[in-house]
Design a protein around this ligand. Structure first.
Ligand SMILES: [Zn+2]
Ligand SMILES: [Zn+2]
Length: 105
């Protein structure tokens, strides 16, 4: 299944060092600036998609795309076995099951 969301993420493996994954072109190298925002394109489990972006690319996201939620990027955002908690404000929390969108993929 192709993702309906822009390819701004997907730097693997997740090691607790959130970096902006934004690419000017699909073949470009990712931005790799320290990420300041964690963006959720969708929070529906079937279509959940997330990206880590820096301030500069957050501006671009806000101009060009519609996202479901965002929160400041922190180490948990780039750790395996974490998921997007829908608490207000949202944040990434360790999960032991895959019942949260964005759980260990
Ligand atoms: Zn960036
Ligand atoms: Zn996060």
């Amino acid at each position: 299944m192709t993702s309906p969301f822009p390819d701004l993420g997907g730097i693997a493996p997740r090691v607790g060092d959130p970096r902006c994954g934004s690419k000017a072109f699909p073949t470009s190298r990712p931005c790799s600036e320290p990420a300041t925002w964690h963006v959720a394109w969708s929070l529906t489990p079937e279509t959940a998609g997330f990206s880590l972006v820096c301030d500069e690319h957050m501006d671009e996201v806000q101009e060009k795309y519609v996202y479901a939620d965002r929160h400041p990027a922190e180490i948990a955002c780039d750790m395996p076995s974490t998921g997007w908690s829908l608490a207000a404000p949202s944040r990434c929390v360790p999960v032991s099951s895959d019942d949260l969108p964005g759980g260990d993929r």
